[in-house]
Design a protein around this ligand. Sequence first.
Ligand SMILES: [Zn+2]
Length: 635
Amino acid sequence: MKQMLPPSRITELAHEEACCDPTFDWQNRQDFDFASRGLIHRPDDAAVYDSEGNIVWHHKAFEEFLHGDAPPTVHPSLWRHALLNNFRGLFKVTDGVYQVRGESLANVTFVESDNGYIVIDPLTTAEVAAYALNLLYEHVGEKPIVAMIYSHTHSDHFGGVRGMISDEQVESGQVPVFASEGFVEWVLKEHGLAAEGTPSRNAYMYGENLPISATGLVDDGLGQAIEGGQVTYIAPTDIIGRDGAALSIDGVPVQFMYAPGEAPTGMHCYFPKLNTLHVADNCYMCMHNIYTIRGAFPRDALQWADSVAQSLKFTDTEYLVSGHNWPVFGKDEVRTFLGQQRDGIKFMHDQTLRLMNFGYVPAEIANKIEFPPSLARLWHLRGYYGTLKHNVRGIYAYYLGWYDGNPATLDELPPRTLARKTLEYMGGVTAVIERAQEDYEQGNYRWVVHVLNQVLWTDPENMAARELASAAHTQLGYSAENATWRNAYLSAAIELTQGLPETPKLHRALRDVTRSMSVLHMLDALSIRLNASRAAGKTFIVNWILSDSAELAHSEICNCVLNHRDGNVSEAHATVTLTRSVIGQMSLESLNTNQFVDLVEAIEGNVDVVTELLGLLDHFPHWFPVASHDYKFEE
Ligand SMILES: [Zn+2]
């Protein structure tokens, strides 16, 4: 891998300015106290590995550079946050409440019960979950898990479940699994169809392909980094409705509060005897993502602010824990924190809608709205994960969608044509690159990446444009306070000069989630892979018999569309008998025709129809180009 560029003088100056910016309350050390309080054990293992010897979590890489003052390649405010996220290990929050933090993107919380532990959020992958549980067992005591709670639907909060409990324990009723209403449906929605398109965007946001160093990945905002391993899933057994519930789990009273916000469904858990409140991902120590730049539909900011506001009813809370970052300690501190978090979200919401009603378009709103000093000064509302700029665009899109209302933008020319025409008016590619170089020297990096993006649409192979755009992205990355923006800029810088990575750096498997999908849901994933050009004029029907679950379905192709319905039909051209796992593999993974024919149990009728269907399906690349516009696929 090539060396990253050094910071420019302009980037260095910007960082020096941030260090004396009165907005930043550098003297306030409360977060360092909270992040380190109650440490029981900080493991010094160099890394966590999966069963095949792949690294899933890397301590050493971060430890090597993450200490001392901010280097000139990292925004000082982000550096401070990265140091705080590096307080990792097993912590005691209060008597009977433990957390493993900094050993995954997310936190796991353990609440001691009469006979064991209640687990809230078993991390992202089975490997790190087993590692975290082992830390608890070694340093606090080995006792059985008596209940599992998923605070919300995102995989960093359930994916490690099989590293802690088994199907048998759940099926026998030994370990109930609690989740809020709508959990199963949303997990499938969020990890089904669109997930196919997101590895590249995820990698940009979380810095998955960046070197872990002061010129690469330093932090992910809500945690240090994303881990590798097996993302597993066990469906919940006990659903908490919208009215919440007050239960006793193995002698521990728990009040569940329905709390959608960061996720479309989720819940807060209050433990009255422990004065401890778990607020899912609705609050943590940086600004939230109303919209996430990996791509997802925007979240309901108003509902979110309301979920936070409602949590103020637990007036005796002394310990506030959440899915990421570190806790808040103290009754007054918790109350103040919740109020400020509520106001941070509501401010973004209300001010976006105010400007929207004056006719401002998203880009104007994004560059106009700033927090008032009373909110801007709060470390826990700084934009290390969300930013005001991208959140307000998300809020606009939540209400009004992608269109800004101006018919001049209603039917814009496609980007390559638009860029070609624009550059022609500007005097051509060479003239534009020369001017862009001047702007680079002056530190106008946002403009440089914009104008060179036009050049790259026109001429993706233009090396001068790639090098200069890469340099500008690098400086934008170094000067970003937001971890995910930094990761995105630096990922673009690398893609432009070194191309796409050959293989995924992190090995992560999601197969477990698909086991819970209905057959029709799995088949829906086939429909989006149908190549419409090749499917023109094709009409046929295939029956599916799932031998292990006795489910029947059929797929019909017509009008270049694949439709799927329950049951078999007599007019089908072929009938395929196969297992759930094979239909899952066919739908969600790359299986060629020979592999498929080997895996199915029987094909009756016209075998050619089945092989033809497989031939009409596209296989998506793991990575697609983002910044370089260098598409290599054939239509
Ligand atoms: Zn999370």
